[in-house]
Design a protein around this ligand. Structure first.
Ligand SMILES: *[C@@H]1O[C@H](CO)[C@@H](O)[C@H](O)[C@H]1NC(C)=O
Ligand SMILES: *[C@@H]1O[C@H](CO)[C@@H](O)[C@H](O)[C@H]1NC(C)=O
Ligand SMILES: *[C@@H]1O[C@H](CO)[C@@H](O)[C@H](O)[C@H]1NC(C)=O
Ligand SMILES: *[C@@H]1O[C@H](CO)[C@@H](O)[C@H](O)[C@H]1NC(C)=O
Length: 608
């Protein structure tokens, strides 16, 4: 349940920070359409780094990103070498040097003059018209707008990945339909995505009133994505028959989430980006909803460079759709979402075991230029249909495995599906974590049932106050500062290892949940270390702490000689009596409460 949408930049795009430093004057290339502007994505079709590669980007990739090999080429075919265009006519520049010339820089990927007869054919992909959102909804004379952005420009923290959120009030004098959204982008250098989530928050509930650091989830009560902006998009336009309901009987609050990407960890970047919502009191025929499908667990192991792609799949099962939608739903739009290891993604509709049709099919996936698939007429989905998602990835070639998550090094495999009429679901997600279906965890009908023999809910509530303390008592000293694999501890560990909730795919889910609390981490540490004969081996990505807030605490691994030794557990993120007592006593509530997790995490970080 902690895995929510994020959009991430893995810096493999020419046009972004690092890569621009590999060519001379990489940050000074003017936009031929409008020479007062900088073309940030020097190697891309989109000026802001979006889109596939332009001829210079293609050469950049082909020649190992090496300026020495690129300099003498004329990538765009306009008669000037790349070196001449970028101020290094004699090809003497190397990264870090001051370029020989800083004036009269021109674009190495666009034939210039851009509209000359000889360039027309070469620049066919170039459009010098402003990217504009074409949307019938904006023509509605009743349409109103509201700009969501932080009250003032904020300093972007000097960290690669930053998520900040803020919750806004929406006029609630009457009902409205959200019909379009447009980006309001301030600092294109850092802003990587902006999302808006609809919130179900009671009037008397305390919520932050200023921007706050958040993770993939803006707030536990804001679960439905109602607007997305990523690089290369001019905005979103709802199908003329539908809109997300805001106001009196709709969302009265909306959370804005901004992802700032700061790979160079600069401490001088500021931003004040946001989203403009367009909404109308003239209600449309249908209320829109957003369904998220896909896989919450990804592990891409390093492979030799020429290895085949790796496939990750997920099924929103018939039993889930049957329970989620009592009447047919109609899909008006769908967007694929992976990060930079993604090659291709397909979402398809199955009925009674046979394929009905594809919903999305990005044979060449590009994070930087998301394809918004729209359907008119919409695609009908019946209760009992199956929605399958398939993502294909390029494996990393070295280093650690790539895991699911919101860090720049992580991956995702999601589909965002806009449908109508809305079914107010507790969680509009039909994803899986490996084979464990989110609908089994979230839908009341399934919630109390076992998954693969594990009464997971009971384990996470009652087990937390029985099973966990039992292990902690036997394996740690009273201050929870030292793990000691005594005989009683080892015996207890051997027993708990047999538990259905610590095995199979559901075991991975439970481990993930336990890792979010200090007591859980201590428990897992003991279970993992104190009996090396049967490791709790759920894989690298089950052990990793994915959530950005928790950071990169090292998880200890079982090694042959580790047994019967004592460990200082403090460096493992969780320790010290009171937090654990509080966690264990607060029972079922806290494990589902993001804030508790948040404070425990902050507390643990402070204690480090
Ligand atoms: C090329 O564009 C410039 C500036 O936009 C314009 O003044 C000129 O007339 C155009 N030339 C052609 C051949 O279209
Ligand atoms: C937003 O609404 C205001 C009136 O409330 C209007 O003056 C302004 O032009 C609108 N902005 C856009 C971009 O439509
Ligand atoms: C699947 O087939 C059965 C029997 O032929 C039928 O009753 C059912 O409605 C079908 N399901 C869907 C979603 O069409
Ligand atoms: C545990 O706490 C007690 C009292 O707070 C203290 O005297 C003792 O030294 C601590 N033991 C360890 C191993 O830290």
């Amino acid at each position: 349940m902690f895995f929510y949408v994020t959009f991430l930049l893995f810096t493999s795009v020419l046009g972004y920070g690092n890569y621009r430093l590999r060519i001379p004057n990489g940050d000074k290339v003017p936009d031929p359409c409008n020479p007062s502007k900088i073309w940030r994505g020097v190697g891309h079709l989109g000026a802001d780094g979006g889109g596939a590669r332009n001829p210079f980007g293609v050469d950049f990739e082909k020649h190992g990103k090496l300026w020495t090999r690129l300099c003498k080429l004329d990538s765009d075919g306009d008669g000037m070498t790349n070196g001449e265009e970028l101020g290094d006519p004699r090809c003497v520049w190397a990264p870090g040097m001051v370029p020989p010339k800083a004036k009269k820089i021109s674009h190495p990927g666009i034939c210039e003059p851009w509209n000359s007869t000889s360039c027309q054919e070469k620049n066919k992909w170039l459009s010098c018209e402003e990217r504009k959102l074409n949307c019938h909804g904006l023509e509605d004379p009743n349409v109103r707008n509201l700009t969501l952005k932080f009250p003032q420009r904020m300093l972007v923290p000097p960290r690669e990945t930053n998520y900040f959120c803020m919750i806004f009030d929406i006029p609630s004098d009457r009902d409205y339909h959200l019909v379009a959204t447009q980006p309001v982008i301030d600092n294109r250098e850092v802003v990587h995505h902006v999302l808006a989530f609809g919130c179900d928050i009671a009037d008397n509930q305390q919520i932050p009133s200023t921007p706050y650091p958040c993770a993939m989830l803006a707030h536990p009560n804001c679960l439905e994505i109602i607007a997305t902006w990523t690089l290369g998009s001019a905005g979103e336009c709802a199908n003329p028959d539908v809109g997300f309901r805001l106001g009196k009987n709709g969302y009265k609050k909306v959370a804005l989430q901004i992802h700032w990407n700061n790979p160079q960890e600069l401490s001088s970047l500021m931003d004040a980006s946001g989203l403009r919502l367009y909404y109308t009191p003239i209600l449309r025929a249908n209320d829109a909803g957003m369904l998220v499908v896909g896989q919450d667990f990804i592990q891409l192991n390093p492979q030799p460079a020429d290895s085949p792609s790796v496939q990750v799949t997920s099924v929103c099962a018939a039993k889930c759709t049957k329970e989620m939608f009592k009447t047919p739903i109609y899909i008006t739009a769908a967007i694929n979402h992976m990060h930079y290891h993604g090659i291709s993604q397909i979402i398809s509709l199955y009925r009674n075991g046979s394929k009905v049709r594809d919903i999305t099919n990005d044979l060449v996936y590009s994070y930087d230029s998301p394809i918004i698939n729209t359907f008119n007429p919409p695609i009908e989905i019946l209760p009992g249909d199956e929605i399958r998602t398939e993502c294909n990835y390029r494996s990393p070639t070295d280093g650690d495995p790539v895991c699911f998550g919101d860090g720049t090094q992580n991956e995702m495999c999601y589909g965002f599906i806009t449908y109508y009429p809305i079914h107010r679901l507790l969680r509009p997600w039909c994803t899986t974590r490996r084979s464990v279906e989110s609908c089994q965890r979230h839908l009341p009908r399934f919630q109390n049932g076992p998954i693969d023999g594990c009464h997971w809910k009971r384990f996470l509530t009652e087990g937390k106050v029985t099973i966990l303390p039992n292990i902690l008592q036997r394996c740690y000293n009273e201050n929870m500062t030292t793990l000691e694999c005594s005989d009683t501890c080892i015996q207890a560990v051997k027993m708990v290892r047999q538990h259905k909730c610590l095995n199979g795919d559901i075991g991975g889910y439970i481990v993930m949940k336990l890792r979010l609390i200090a007591a859980g981490r201590l428990f897992l540490n003991a279970v993992d270390i104190c009996d090396c004969s049967q490791r709790l081996d759920l894989g690298y990505c089950d052990r990793r702490i994915e959530r950005a807030l928790i950071g990169d605490q090292k998880y200890k691994y079982c090694t042959a000689e580790s047994q019967s030794r004592k460990y200082d557990s403090r460096q493992n993120g969780g320790n010290v009596g009171q937090v654990i007592v509080d966690e264990l006593e607060s029972g079922s509530k806290s494990i589902h409460n993001q804030y508790t997790v948040f404070f425990v995490v902050v507390f643990c970080i402070l204690l480090k």
